[in-house]
Design a protein around this ligand. Structure first.
Ligand code: NOJ
Ligand code: CA
Length: 552
């Protein structure tokens, strides 16, 4: 049963454990107060020891950083604050030497307004190919009714450009003009960006904001067939390079619409499972499995070669765009009583503070993350239980320096503290003096130890990344129980979503004679018989059992 996927498998992403890492925040190798590739390379041993198998590196390109690098001013080089292209190549090789995959970002819905393409466009005559790299209009009438995403900062998806004497279109910040995918020259540029990074050896890309690429008047300008055609062309181009390169869609949409980003296995290999994430938090707060079961059961099937990307938290707010109004109200009430924690349609908090720093809830949520169908993504710092700072503006409160030690600057940088790109977390509970890698490495009961253990365990069983899921229906709704199955491999997961001890009676009739073996301690439990299988679970407790065939 123990067959871990290898990094040579073209479908490596099915068995991966992905780590989301912003270069800026991880480790400052040259002491200027900003994390860099030299620093990230120095911390690869840490990441390898954590057990993750793939690094998703947030945008590292030259940028005015008004959207933390999602506002790109040059696609084919490195932001000088993070190092040089040589530094990047060294980092990539060092990661590959350790068997770690590296995926970058393809942010092509928009560029920064500082990108030379935009500067050229605004000076070019209307109707010229240069002008048409972007989407222009003389009025704000076009694409009426299209929703605004950054509702806290933007009033319209159009902004007037005094140089071009026209409005340009943008789905995000006004300084991020949308590219025009109806212009074949734009598509050509994008494919050459892909070639540039693939030639260098990156293993794939996250496709930022993919639902919005193509716009058509009278529609929502989301998920249009023309947009899917663009993604298919990108995929076909990537496939020319041979197998093993992966595309991950960021499409914050309803399940039926996200499903389309897999196409017939000819669009993205992976897509984030946005719908299940808020429901995990809801389920725990309500102490009721229904929201979680519903989210998974409403997930349409996907092609065999494809995979969901699962996450608890990331560099953005905990988005509530795609939940019902009732669910959004509930989530705000349950998880952000402090209005300062809210931004746009979401909550800007890290995992540990979201659950009141309750170690049992942190473990339970990871227990679900690591055992649900898909590939888990861990957000940097969440493996040590880092906190946040909701006063830092925008989403910067969840992007503070990684906490390595209790020394100056949390061991993140040797710079004068005033020079750091961001203050560290310094409060009594989550401050770097108490929450840091060094302390957790010397404490075998720490969250970091626990995470290393769980990641290793998960990696031993490919059924987690590749198997089906079947929910059981115990009468106690505080208990979430499911079978994961892949060929002859069978795992039973049982979780208590409540903060009190709960009984579970599981109807496992069809598995009469199977022996559950608890996977963390490798303890044999009594064989399954005719009667319902009875278990008792501690507060927020969960078990993973390998079910061994009778006589095995
Ligand atoms: C999604 C990214 O995750 C977010 O950080 C960014 O602001 C928007 N896309 C716009 O690029
Ligand atoms: Ca630096």
């Amino acid at each position: 049963m123990r067959r871990a996927g290898t990094s040579h498998d073209p479908r490596w992403y099915k068995d991966a454990v992905i780590y989301e890492v912003p270069v800026k925040s991880f480790y400052d190798g040259n002491g200027d107060g900003i994390g860099d590739f030299i620093g990230l390379e120095q911390k690869l041993d840490y990441l390898q020891k954590l057990g993750v198998t793939c690094l998703w590196v947030l945008p590292f390109f030259p940028s005015p950083l008004r959207d933390d690098g999602y506002d790109i001013a040059d696609y084919c080089t490195i932001n000088p604050s993070y190092g040089t292209i040589e530094d990047f190549k060294r980092f990539l090789k060092a990661a590959h030497d350790r068997g770690l995959k590296v995926i970058g970002e393809l942010v092509v819905n928009h560029t920064s307004d500082q990108h030379p393409w935009f500067q050229r466009a605004r000076h070019a005559p209307p109707g010229s190919p240069e002008r048409d790299y972007y989407v222009w209009s003389d009025t704000e009438e076009l694409y009426q009714g299209v929703r605004i995403i950054f509702v806290d900062t933007e009033r319209s998806n159009w902004t007037w450009d005094p140089v071009a004497k026209a409005y340009y279109y943008h789905r995000f910040f006004h300084h991020q003009p949308d590219l025009n995918f109806d212009n074949p020259a734009v598509m050509k540029e994008i494919l050459s960006v892909l070639d540039y990074w693939l030639d260098m050896g990156v293993d794939g890309f996250r496709l930022d904001a993919v639902p919005y690429l193509v716009k058509r008047d009278g529609t929502s300008c989301e998920n249009l067939p023309e947009t899917h055609a663009v993604i298919k062309a990108i995929r076909a181009h990537v496939d020319l390079r041979g197998p093993g390169k992966m595309l991950l869609a960021e499409a914050n949409q309803l399940p039926v619409d996200v499903r389309e980003y897999f196409g017939d296995g000819d669009e993205c290999h992976m897509a984030y499972h946005f719908p299940v994430m808020p429901r995990l938090f809801m389920g725990i707060h309500l102490e009721d499995r229904q929201p979680i079961v519903d989210a998974i059961e409403q997930t349409p099937p996907i092609p065999e070669s494809c995979q969901w990307a699962l996450f608890l938290r990331n560099h953005d707010e905990l988005t509530l765009e795609m939940v019902t109004d009732e669910e959004r109200d509930y989530m705000y009430l349950a998880y952000s009583q402090d209005p300062q924690a809210r931004i746009n349609a979401g909550i800007r908090r890290r995992l540990a503070p979201l659950v009141g720093n309750d170690r049992r809830q942190i473990e339970l949520l990871h227990g679900l993350l690591f055992s649900f169908p898909g590939t888990p993504i861990v957000y940097y710092g969440d493996e040590i239980g880092m906190g946040d700072n909701v006063y830092l503006g925008d989403r910067n409160g969840v992007r503070t320096p990684m906490q390595w030690t209790s020394d100056r600057n949390g061991g993140f940088s040797r710079a004068d503290p005033a020079r750091l790109y961001s203050p560290l977390i310094m409060d009594h509970v989550y401050g770097y003096q108490s929450v840091n890698v060094e302390a957790e490495e010397s404490d075998t009961a720490s969250l970091l130890y626990w995470m290393r253990n769980m990641i290793r365990l998960r990696r031993l069983f490919t059924v987690f990344g590749r198997g089906t899921i079947e929910f059981l229906a115990p009468s106690n709704r505080r208990v979430l129980a499911y079978l994961r199955r892949c060929k002859d491999d069978l795992i039973l997961c049982v979780a208590n979503l409540a903060g009190s001890v709960q009984p579970a009676e599981l109807d496992l009739g069809a598995l009469n004679g199977y022996v559950p073996v608890e996977m963390l301690g490798y303890t044999e439990f009594p064989a399954i018989g005719e009667l319902p299988y009875f278990l008792t679970l501690g507060p927020y407790g969960f078990y993973w059992f390998e079910l061994q065939r009778p006589g095995a």
